[in-house]
Write a protein that binds this ligand. Structure first.
Ligand code: ACO
Length: 325
């Protein structure tokens, strides 16, 4: 049976220029490079310059993904942009990127599922393609988490970074089996009972201000190591595959210990995991497409490779997607 599949045609990413090392934090907080490295794997992160917005990072990543795909912006039918740090409350950051790209047709909107945002956006874009609503969709994850950090809270401000990644998806005919290229399955979850363990203490209809990120790190950690392996296995099961079929895990880059615990649970060696957390920190919805773009630019992803992406974040919201490169 012939089915429509969403195949990756191009990828790209962009990081702001300013690099901040762990030592910079140690100069003004009671922390150390050793503590941050050993607990998280993070060595440095990038922070946006004053006046540099989420849409600016997204635009550069989008241009690179379109360049990689060999497409003009007007070849796109839609932009789906995942972010928790939009330029403005409204309109969506996606419509800003649409205008900045010079795209005068189609439609664009944001999705907010915090660190799981890219997986939700990918799933959403895949549905647009599979239902025939769109043939080409640009999926972007873009964040400026530096804008919502409490610089006096050493347990959170050292963890995050800014950046953007983008993927161009294009419709292709597949056979409907696990040998097809493109997105093979997704698995999405949320459980709002846990919304208090990771949240921002401000917002439009509550405080009228942007607020700062608050987190019970140990609690989030415990959920992450269980739920990420479960959702990855569930997505693989839906695709008719097992962990043994996986060539690459491209996980949300929150913490090296979470990444390696998940790989271990799936029975996969770290050689099959794309790790960028050391260089990027946790960039929330941007982390997976940035890691995908880095791996692609290094020539690590080959046509036909099976890739699993998985992410968890505030909500809690979590999920996974399986695709064949
Ligand atoms: N430098 C030095 N000491 C610190 C720092 C720091 N930057 N941050 C916290 N500590 C201290 C704490 O104050 C605590 O001290 P105490 O024992 O005197 O009270 C001690 O270190 C241990 O604190 P814990 O929070 O228990 O440390 P833990 O080993 O759990 O590591 C961490 C903390 C890295 C946040 C970990 O819990 C974690 O990674 N959790 C996952 C959270 C995460 O990655 N969230 C990102 C968003 S969600 C996601 O993307 C998955």
């Amino acid at each position: 049976m012939s089915v429509r599949r969403s195949v990756v045609r191009g990828v790209g990413h962009h990081l702001p220029e300013r690099v901040v090392t762990n030592d910079e934090f140690a100069q003004r907080l009671d922390t150390s490079d050793e503590w941050i490295r050993s607990r998280t794997g993070i060595e440095r992160r990038h922070f946006a310059a004053e006046g540099e917005m989420t849409s600016d990072l997204a635009l550069r990543a989008a241009e690179r993904a379109l360049g990689d795909a060999g497409l003009e912006a007007d070849a796109l039918d839609a932009i789906v942009l995942a972010t928790s740090t939009p330029d403005l409350t409204f309109p969506s950051t996606a419509t800003k990127v649409q205008a900045d790209l010079g795209m005068t047709r189609g439609f664009a909107y944001d999705i907010q599922a915090v660190c799981a945002g890219f997986v939700f956006a990918l799933a959403n874009a895949d549905m647009l393609i599979r239902t025939g609503e769109a043939d080409r969709v640009l999926v972007i994850g873009a964040e400026t988490f530096s804008r919502i950090l409490d610089w006096d809270d050493r347990s959170t401000c050292v963890l995050f970074g800014d950046g953007a990644g983008a993927v161009v998806l294009e419709a292709a005919e597949g056979k409907g089996d696990a040998g097809d290229r493109g997105i093979l399955a997704v698995d999405l979850h949320s459980d709002g009972r846990y919304r208090d363990i990771l949240y921002v203490d401000g917002g439009v209809s509550s405080t009228g201000s942007a607020g700062c990120l608050r987190m019970q790190g140990r609690e989030v950690f415990k959920h992450a190591v269980v739920k990420l392996a479960e959702t990855a296995e569930a997505a693989l099961g839906k695709a008719g595959l097992t962990p043994a079929d996986v060539d690459w895990i491209i996980p949300h880059q929150a913490n090296l210990r979470i990444i390696s615990a998940t790989a271990q649970k799936l029975g996969l060696p770290m050689e099959r995991v794309v790790v960028t957390v050391g260089e990027h920190g946790n960039t929330s919805a941007a982390s997976i497409p940035m890691a995908m773009s880095v791996a692609a630019s290094e020539g690590r992803l080959s046509p036909g490779d099976v890739i699993v992406t998985e992410a968890i974040g505030g909500g809690l919201a979590w999920g996974a997607a399986v695709l064949r490169w």
